[in-house]
Design a protein around this ligand. Structure first.
Ligand code: SF4
Ligand code: SF4
Length: 381
């Protein structure tokens, strides 16, 4: 059974296109961003609309490959292809882009993209052991603040930033409450529906409306649990999805897991809960608090990435996970290499098996993935 409130979230992306157009017509600035490391509170506090630009479709990749190498992550190629072909309304309406130095593919892609849109690239250290990590981040937060103030002719006051942080923290708490409902067995909401909510949040610019709808969804799902109505059968193995981001339109692997009888209880990746687990400390100076929060994101681009292992440990225990599926996008070296450490960590500490699936945005490997997922789920029963 599916919650009725999901109909609202089904519409978020198409409606977002209209909202972005309307915002531009009303003279409201739009700032695009690509990564969960982007401190979007600053964009909002500057009076602009933050909009997610990561693309997850196969369609623009051919255009991107005229410039970028074929052997590159599909997320980078798809995002670039959409941007240069003029087919992404969100990129089109963006006044500028907030980018970041994470993986090499993205960094170099941004150099080319800067010819199409003005951008600020935050220098995100790839090391988790730098002594002055928080200071480094704080400098980047101030750089972004000054960039927005200059380009938007506005001032980002501490008071305004505090207000925005509060709203975003409320959103994080609600998302975690929503996701936590899947601690129940059987799960009340599918992984692909959770993805629709979490991915869709970047395309709803009215935060209060989004929060209200998440609250309604939580209430409906609680009622479903009380009435014994669920999204999967009681014998579905409970699967945690990790790895590279998975966007709406590219839920191939999660869809296959569900089709084959598994329950995707949640996604740890940055398209899942990575950005929602930590709050911004409301008691601290808001700029420093932002620096500290974004510094903690356990992405494979950062080394060593011990935070991901401890987060996974907590999730597999809390959500009583039977198996983990690690989605690696082709040519994503950071997540591909880290897959080994994650597999060993889960085996040694939790006796939980991991299935790594290396894929792209095409449908060419669907049958092959199906066979591997079926065998994996069979082993878990
Ligand atoms: S996986 Fe890491 S670098 Fe890639 S979008 Fe997510 S947070 Fe950013
Ligand atoms: S999936 Fe990997 S290669 Fe692709 S953008 Fe994210 S970190 Fe970079």
């Amino acid at each position: 059974m599916r919650a009725k409130t999901m109909e609202y979230f089904d519409q978020l992306i198409p409606k977002g296109m209209v909202l972005a157009k309307e915002a531009k017509e009303q003279g409201k600035p739009v700032v695009g961003y690509y990564c969960v490391f982007s401190p979007i509170e600053l964009i909002e506090a500057a009076g602009a609309i933050p909009v997610g630009l990561c693309a997850t479709k196969q369609e623009p990749i051919a255009e991107a490959e005229k410039i970028l190498p074929r052997n590159l992550c599909p997320l980078v190629k798809s995002s670039f292809g959409f941007a240069i072909s003029g087919k992404c309304p969100f990129f089109h309406f963006s006044d500028f882009v907030l980018a970041e130095t994470t993986c090499d593919g993205k960094k170099k892609m941004y150099e080319l993209l800067s010819e199409h849109k003005p951008m600020i690239v935050l220098d995100i250290p790839n090391s988790a052991t730098l002594e002055d990590l928080n200071e480094h981040w704080l400098k980047q937060i101030y750089r972004a603040k000054e960039y927005f103030e200059k380009n938007l002719g506005t001032e980002i006051s501490r008071e305004k930033l505090r207000e925005v942080i509060k709203v975003y923290n409320e959103e994080r708490k609600l998302i975690m409450e929503l996701v936590s409902l899947n601690k129940h067995h059987p799960t009340p909401i599918t992984g692909t529906d959770l993805l629709k909510v979490l991915w869709g949040r970047s395309f709803q610019f009215n935060r209060q409306e989004f929060l209200d709808q998440v609250k309604t969804l939580i209430t409906e799902l609680k009622e479903m649990v009380a009435n014994g109505q669920f999204s999967c059968s009681p014998d579905s193995p409970r699967i945690l999805v990790t790895g590279c981001p998975t966007g709406v339109g590219q839920e191939k692997v999660m869809g296959i897991i569900q089709e084959c009888g598994g329950a995707v209880v949640l996604q740890e990746s940055c398209s899942g809960i990575k950005g929602f687990v930590d709050l911004v400390d409301e008691a601290k100076d808001p700029f420093l608090a932002l620096a500290e929060k974004y510094n903690k994101i356990p992405c494979a681009c950062v080394s060593p990435n011990k935070g991901r292992l401890s987060l996974l440990s907590k999730l597999v225990e809390d959500f009583r996970v039977d198996g983990v599926v690690d989605i690696t996008l082709q040519a994503c070296h950071t997540y591909n290499i880290e897959s080994y450490s994650v597999k060993e960590h889960l085996r040694k500490n939790h006796n939980i098996p991991l299935l790594q699936i290396e894929t792209d945005y095409s449908e060419s490997d669907t049958e092959q993935i199906k066979l591997r997922v079926e065998a994996f789920l069979e082993m878990l029963k």
